[in-house]
Design a protein around this ligand. Structure first.
Ligand code: PMP
Length: 442
């Protein structure tokens, strides 16, 4: 690698960074210059243990040779092909391999470039599906408070993070929200699915009655909400949502952008919870985060409604210049092969008991008011500093980075989601970093 890329440029002003307090960051930048397996290397040469798989995406670990080579070879062979009215073999091969590992019933795949695009694609599909079936009155979309579905207009409309919505005007109309499932008084220091709160799914009946089922197109939820602090569904909650959707002819969309590709110790969260939705949105782990790619899985029923629908709907008037891009497809195929060869889509299940115990050993450390976990996901919730919410957790993030561990914080919650290749020793190391950090922060 050229040295030029390893030094920190003097002027950081031109790049307007996403989801970052630019002014503060640029005063004390944190730069990553290379990565291998479980570690990043910072600009000053320090090794940083990756406790978050980048942003929940690098499930097979960093710079895996098979994926790197596949990208290099594909870039030299067929770099780009038009995505519309034209195909290239590798994207068809990828779709088949994805369907092989998808939950039973998911038979078709539509490609996007990100989680946000997968979500907006799924929402449009849901509305158009009902139209294709002659049911054009179904236009309403139901999301959930504290839901995160990316940053496009559909996603922030059904999403429930106030700060992501309030700058942007009216958003989509015809949207309603379920209550979130986080019940701190009832479920604390839970391991796996919490006991209390399945009845919160019945709120869907109330919302549907309010609008009349004949106007509702789809319900979208993250099976496990990640970006809003790891909210794990209460036992039975998702099954109940499925039942209510089926009863009223409403499509159920699982946003599996973070739970897809092995995060819970099963290929998808739908497998873990034994609930099959009608549409699954994914991104991130599909290409190990290496090259932007997203994939929306649909059932035969959803797909065939278009194929057998009115003539003008056989073509779905939606798609992206880079849908199924050859290099991204090659990266994704090599990623799937790596997952398969190393058993990564189920490795989380073997590690989960060890992970759970290590994580819960933090109970009793300073500031900790809750710990929750599922698969290879963990959350440690901190008591907020009075009048300065999020400050303590952010301080923990910065301190951990300085010590040599990448953790992620959202609000006052530390969220952990390491690459699925993590060893038990590295789990101990990561948790020890967090323990030390908790003892150091204000
Ligand atoms: N949905 C969920 C559940 C997510 O967690 C994310 C990203 N963290 C997204 C959608 C958006 O994905 P992207 O940033 O790739 O657009």
């Amino acid at each position: 690698m050229s040295n030029r890329l390893k030094v920190t440029p003097n002027d950081l002003s031109a790049f307007w960074m996403p989801f970052t307090a630019n002014r503060q960051f640029k005063q004390a930048p944190r730069m990553l210059v290379s990565a291998k397996d479980m570690h990043y290397t910072a600009a000053d040469g320090r090794k940083i243990l990756d406790g978050t798989a980048g942003l929940w995406c690098v499930n097979a670990g960093h710079c895996r040779p098979k994926i790197t080579e596949a990208i290099q070879n594909q870039a030299a062979e067929l770099d780009y092909a038009p995505a519309f009215q034209m195909g290239h073999p590798i994207v068809f091969e990828l779709a088949n391999r994805l369907v092989d590992i998808a939950p039973k019933g998911m038979e078709h795949v539509f490609f996007t470039n990100s989680g946000s695009e997968s979500v907006d694609t799924a929402l449009k599909m849901a509305i158009a599906y009902h139209r294709a079936k002659g049911d054009g009155a179904r236009f309403r979309l139901i999301g959930r408070e504290r839901g995160y579905h990316g940053v496009n207009f559909g996603g922030i409309s059904v999403g429930g993070i106030v700060s992501n919505r309030k700058m942007f005007g009216t958003l989509l109309t015809g949207v309603d929200h379920l209550p979130h499932t986080h019940l701190p008084g009832k479920n604390t220091f839970t391991k796996g699915e919490p006991e209390h709160g399945a009845d919160l799914a019945d709120e869907l009946e109330r919302i549907v009655a309010l609008h009349d089922a004949s106007t509702v197109a789809a319900v979208i939820v993250e099976p496990v909400a990640g970006s809003t602090g790891v909210l794990i569904p209460p036992k039975g909650y998702l099954k109940r949502l499925r039942e209510i959707c089926t009863k009223h002819g409403i499509l159920l969309i699982f946003d599996e952008v973070i739970t897809g590709f092995g995060r819970l110790g099963t290929p998808f969260a739908a497998d873990y919870f034994d609930v099959v939705p009608d549409i699954i949105t994914t991104a991130k782990g599909v290409s190990n985060g290496v090259i932007p790619m997203g994939a929306v899985f649909v059932t035969k029923e959803v797909h065939d409604a278009f194929m057998n629908g009115p003539e003008h709907m056989i073509e779905f008037f939606h798609g992206y210049t880079y849908s199924g891009n050859p290099i991204a497809s090659a990266a994704a195929l090599a990623t799937l092969e790596t997952y398969k060869e190393e058993g990564l889509l189920t490795r989380g299940a073997e590690l989960a008991p060890y992970w759970e115990e290590a994580l819960h050993s933090l109970k009793g450390e300073p500031h900790v008011i809750d710990i929750r976990n599922i698969g290879l996901i963990g959350a440690i919730e901190l008591e907020p500093i009075a009048g300065a919410p999020t400050k303590r957790a952010f301080q923990a993030f910065v301190t951990a980075f300085e010590r040599g561990a990448l953790i992620r914080t959202t609000g006052d919650i530390i969220a952990l989601s390491p690459p699925l290749i993590i060893s038990k020793g590295q789990i101990d190391e990561l948790i020890d970093h967090v323990r030390e950090v908790l003892r150091m922060v204000d």
